[in-house]
Design a protein around this ligand. Structure first.
Ligand SMILES: CC(=O)N[C@@H](CCC[C@H](N)C(=O)O)C(=O)O
Length: 387
């Protein structure tokens, strides 16, 4: 596997240093814009658009020489509120924020693919979508609802990748059907009565109520979900209390539900509502449960296009292709794939000791060039297809 060209490595490292949270990707936007303008300066077949309603997004349309269709390629650009712990000499310069999901790799690969097609004009039109807010705030859905993908900006088919530390650097992973889970974001606010630590009889302790809620929720997946189908409920945030000797009258939880079908997600949503009602009754408190799926639908790969994608990758001796199992990660590209046919796939980044979202994630940059080569090769192959 070849090391990425020096400019792309530099781009990756620069992007790694400026991670930004969903809908606040302004520095990243400016950096990407500078690169895109530089790469498209010498050609007359590129159009760039920054949507008014989504000012950190960028769309780049490369007009083809004999367009039969518009092929979309999407990359996400946001980062996570994770404090980096990699020790890299190009670590995040933004305290408490890190590209712990590898979107810096995604952006670098997208810029590499774009760069290739600015040097080799495509036959079909190519639409690049640099998308904010994948980790939260469903940027894909916002873009769609803002009417960004209309007229010449409408893709006939859409592709996008996610990096995968468990696959070797540069490998391409995919599968027919469902690639990723759908998710529901869960916010729970508990309201009881605050009081003195020494007089629990006069208070209504929301740390106890919220803890019971979390414990009871554990039985949803173990007792109410078909084990063959599976599901996930994770609470990643629990806030309550101010000091050791005051009983807290409020508690707040933030979590996420995962299921591989919409039916399963809705089933888990319903069970969670029932548990919340039970806690309200048994702890005589108020439980305000908010469930928000936003655009995080299950990622359903289109049959025809994905068969073509897999076939291309399998037949290409330069591609290390692996068939993968469905994953419980979520992606708002699921929303866009419900609107436009297409395929999502994995790009291996060879860091098997770490998971996505780990503060220690260090992608192997040997993934970048093979990723670019596999994608440009596939897009060129698509352009040869009549339908
Ligand atoms: C690939 C990945 O890690 N995606 C995120 C998507 C977030 C979904 C949503 N905000 C939620 O938390 O439910 C993931 O956490 O899987």
């Amino acid at each position: 596997m070849g090391e990425a060209k020096t400019d792309l490595l530099k781009i990756y490292r620069n992007l790694h240093q400026i991670p930004e949270l969903a809908l606040h990707e302004f520095q990243t936007h400016d950096y990407l814009m500078k690169q895109i303008k530089q790469d498209t300066a010498a050609i007359d077949y590129a159009e760039i658009q920054v949507p008014n309603e989504l000012p950190t997004a960028i769309l780049v349309l490369l007009h083809g020489t004999q367009p039969k269709r518009t092929i979309g390629y999407r990359t996400d650009i946001d980062a996570l509120p994770v404090a980096e712990d990699t020790g890299l000499d190009f670590s995040s310069k933004h305290d408490g924020v890190m590209h712990a999901c590898g979107h810096d790799i995604h952006m670098t690969v997208a810029l590499g693919v774009l760069q290739y097609f600015t040097q080799h004009q495509p036959t079909d039109n190519l639409l690049f979508f640099f998308q904010p807010a994948e980790e939260s705030e469903n940027g894909g859905k916002l873009a769609y609802e803002d009417g960004i993908f209309t007229g010449k900006w409408k893709p006939d088919e859409f592709y996008g990748l996610h990096d995968n530390p468990q696959l070797s650097a540069g490998a391409i992973g995919c599968r027919m059907g469902t690639l990723f889970a759908g998710t529901t974001e869960v916010d729970v606010d508990f309201t009881g009565t605050q009081g003195h630590a020494a007089y629990p009889q006069f208070a209504n302790d929301m740390i106890v109520a919220a803890s019971q809620f979390i414990n009871q929720v554990q039985t949803i997946v173990s007792r109410s979900v078909d084990p063959i189908e599976g599901g996930v409920i994770t609470f990643g945030q629990f806030n309550a209390g101010t000091i050791r000797n005051v009983i807290s009258g409020s508690a707040h939880l933030k979590g996420t539900i995962r299921g591989l079908t919409q039916k399963m997600i809705e089933h888990i949503d319903e069970r969670l509502q029932a548990v919340a009602k039970g806690i309200e009754t048994s702890y005589d408190c108020q439980v305000d449960l908010k469930l928000n799926q936003g655009g995080y639908l299950p990622v359903e790969n289109n049959d025809k296009l994905t068969a073509d994608f897999i076939n291309y990758m399998e037949e290409n001796p330069k591609v290390d292709y692996v068939e993968t199992e469905p994953a419980m990660t979520g992606e708002d590209f699921g929303y866009l794939l419900a609107k436009f046919p297409g395929t999502m796939f994995w790009l291996g980044i060879g860091d098997p000791k770490n998971q996505l979202h780990s503060s220690k994630l260090v992608p192997d940059t040997n993934a970048i060039q093979p990723g670019i080569d596999a994608i440009t090769g596939f897009l060129q192959h698509r352009m040869l297809e009549k339908d």
